[in-house]
Design a binder for this molecule. Structure first.
Ligand code: SAM
Ligand code: DTB
Ligand code: SF4
Length: 330
């Protein structure tokens, strides 16, 4: 499969709407041409600053304006983060992603502390990732200099559906941040959420934007909405596994080399359903009993799943992206 950045919506729609067995077969074939299908990358998330966010993302339990059970927690200390990263490494994770409930990064002491965290986790030989909200080019460069490997910033949904979900920032703001991350030669992680009341066309639209970026994101998280009490989307019905499979398979065919991450929503999927997602081309998961604030399967359940499905955890820094790993001295 040729790597392309000029897909039309119609072409993507044709793939997305293929009979599901054909779609899975095609995606599984493309996956084998570009990746080892027995390898799945295991990543760990840590919420380093939780809740109290000024944004109005309708899905998010951390937005200050919704009344959820999430407790606000100021930025963690560097040593606490290092303990968590060491534990993640010991349990087999190769990527450590730190999330902050910020609208954007500000040039202050907290950012300096995050840079220390990045430096520390880089020193463990893990792929360090952050998701901190919007970022300027200068801030992206500072993160890169501290040893950041990847930055997560999701498009979340299509440009058309975006206004229904978030009003406090624009789609173009999101794209500008991705551009700043790219310019700093940081690996790009960007995907979205399904199950937020969007149409199939919206899902196709989001994939259309992602695949036609100047370079494909190296990592594409596909999240199933975790509906949280107190958020506007609390009543959304669970997405069926076939919708996840369609989304993952289409992403895999369009972006053959990307890590396609089966992200939020695994707690409500059994092993058979997750196996279908791996078959459709997903090759990464978040492990650990918590995502940022919501539950995730237990580590031993995932280890059992890997054994049953004969999957192997992938080594760190195997991506052939334009992004090179640099260990930051001292
Ligand atoms: N505040 C930063 C931002 O919005 O970019 C970083 C953290 S934010 C929690 C990271 C991503 O988590 C969001 O873009 C969204 O895709 C995902 N997310 C948040 N809440 C979710 C939920 N309830 N279900 C599924 N995914 C969710
Ligand atoms: C992504 O796409 N999914 C992860 C990660 N990137 C940061 C976050 C999922 C969060 C789910 C809701 C929560 O636990 O708060
Ligand atoms: Fe804030 Fe990020 Fe949650 Fe939106 S997704 S409310 S920006 S923490």
């Amino acid at each position: 499969m040729e790597i392309r950045n000029n897909w039309t919506r119609e072409e993507i729609s044709e793939i997305y709407n293929m009979p599901v067995m054909e779609l899975m077969y095609k995606a599984a074939t493309v996956h084998r041409e570009h990746n080892d299908p027995s390898e799945v990358q295991v990543c760990t998330l840590l919420s380093v600053k939780t809740g109290g966010c000024p944004e109005d993302c309708a899905y998010c339990p951390q937005a200050a304006r919704y009344h959820t059970d999430v407790k606000v927690h100021k930025l963690m200390e560097v040593d606490e983060v290092m303990t968590a990263a060491n534990n993640a490494k010991e349990s087999g994770s190769t990527r450590f992603c730190m999330g902050a409930a910020w609208r954007e990064v500000r040039d202050n002491k907290d950012f300096d502390k995050v840079l220390e965290m990045v430096k520390g986790v880089n020193g463990l030989g893990m792929e360090v990732c952050c998701t901190l909200g919007m970022l300027s080019e200068e801030q992206a460069e500072k993160l890169k200099d501290a040893g950041l490997y990847a930055y997560n910033h999701n498009l979340d949904t299509s440009e058309e559906h975006y206004e229904e979900i978030i009003s406090t920032r624009t789609y173009d703001d999101r794209l500008d941040t991705l551009d700043n991350v790219r310019k700093a030669k940081i690996s790009v992680c960007s995907g979205g959420i399904i199950g937020m009341g969007e149409s199939h066309n919206d899902r196709i639209g989001m994939l259309h934007t992602l695949v036609n970026l100047p370079e494909h994101p190296e990592s594409v998280p596909v999240n199933a909405l975790v509906p949280v009490e107190g958020t506007p989307l609390e009543e959304q019905p669970r997405v069926s596994v076939w919708e996840m499979v369609r989304m993952i398979a289409t992403a895999r065919i369009l972006m053959p080399k990307a890590m396609v991450r089966l992200s939020a929503g695994r707690v409500r999927m059994n092993i058979e359903e997750q196996a279908l997602c791996f078959m459709a081309g997903a090759n990464s998961i978040f492990a650990g009993d918590k995502l940022l604030t919501t539950p995730n399967p237990e580590v031993n359940e995932d280890q059992e799943m890997f054994q049953t499905l004969n999957l192997r955890p992938r080594k760190a820094f195997k991506g052939e992206a334009s992004v090179k790993f640099e260990q930051i001295p001292g």
